[in-house]
Design a protein around this ligand. Structure first.
Ligand SMILES: [Fe+2]
Ligand SMILES: [Fe+2]
Length: 233
């Protein structure tokens, strides 16, 4: 009841309170008429469209970053440690798939990419290669930290998508569009892949990295700042 009361109010707040993004169709249409801009998708309110744009922008930037992190790790470790080559290649291939999926979604929904994209590319490659230069265990500690944050990030998005688009309604008359269902299942699949990478990193002795705490906590903090920035810039 409280949620219903909250979402029935027209909302003009910032994106920090995700539960406030869901507005009534009436409010959305009025705002669209007033501003002279119709929402990108006629079935979604302006706030829902803005929320989806933000999801796709940050996830595209994040998967681009992951692609470049694994590229950096593979570049440094593949020849020095041949037993790690197939492990890194498998994870990298999955990140390339994640990256291209969000590239396609970004084009399809005409979502502006993060303006910091060149920085994400350089920073992510440097993070992957830099930790790999320290040791294979440090590279795995980097993976452990990144995938821990990304797994949590995707779980948060899945909760917010369920709240925003009434995913619990499956009676066929209400509930999310095919597009939202598809995005949700994509994020679930990618979340599972990221958690598999996390397991792989632990199996390959991430905890043996020196200095483990500095690397993992430092990279987790960097990832959280990057997510916050990519959602907004
Ligand atoms: Fe990924
Ligand atoms: Fe991953």
């Amino acid at each position: 009841m409280l949620l219903r009361a909250l979402i029935s109010k027209p909302v003009s707040r910032g994106f920090s309170v995700l539960s406030s993004l869901k507005v009534t169709e009436h409010a959305s249409v009025k705002h669209a008429e007033k501003s002279g801009h119709a929402p990108k998708c006629e079935n979604l309110s302006e706030a829902q469209t803005a929320f989806l744009d933000r999801v796709i922008r940050v996830d595209q930037a994040g998967e681009l970053g992951a692609d470049y992190i694994y590229a950096g790790q593979y570049f440094v470790l593949a020849h020095r440690y041949p037993h790690l080559k197939p492990v890194l290649k498998h994870m990298w291939d999955q990140e390339v798939h994640h990256h291209s999926t969000f590239d396609n979604l970004q084009l399809k929904r005409r979502v502006r990419p993060s303006l910091l994209t060149p920085f994400w590319k350089v920073g992510a490659f440097a993070m992957g290669a830099g930790t790999a230069f320290i040791s294979p265990e440090a590279a795995m500690a980097c993976t452990e930290a990144v995938e821990t944050v990304i797994g949590g990030h995707y779980n948060g998005q899945l909760r917010n998508l369920a709240n925003q688009f009434d995913l619990e309604r499956t009676d066929g008359t209400k509930g999310p569009s095919e597009e939202i269902r598809s995005l949700t299942s994509t994020i679930k699949q990618f979340r599972d892949d990221e958690l598999e990478h996390l397991d792989t990193a632990i199996k390959h002795d991430s905890y043996m990295a020196v200095p483990y705490t500095v690397i993992t906590e430092g990279i987790k903090m960097i990832c959280r700042v990057a997510i916050w920035s990519a959602e907004r810039v």
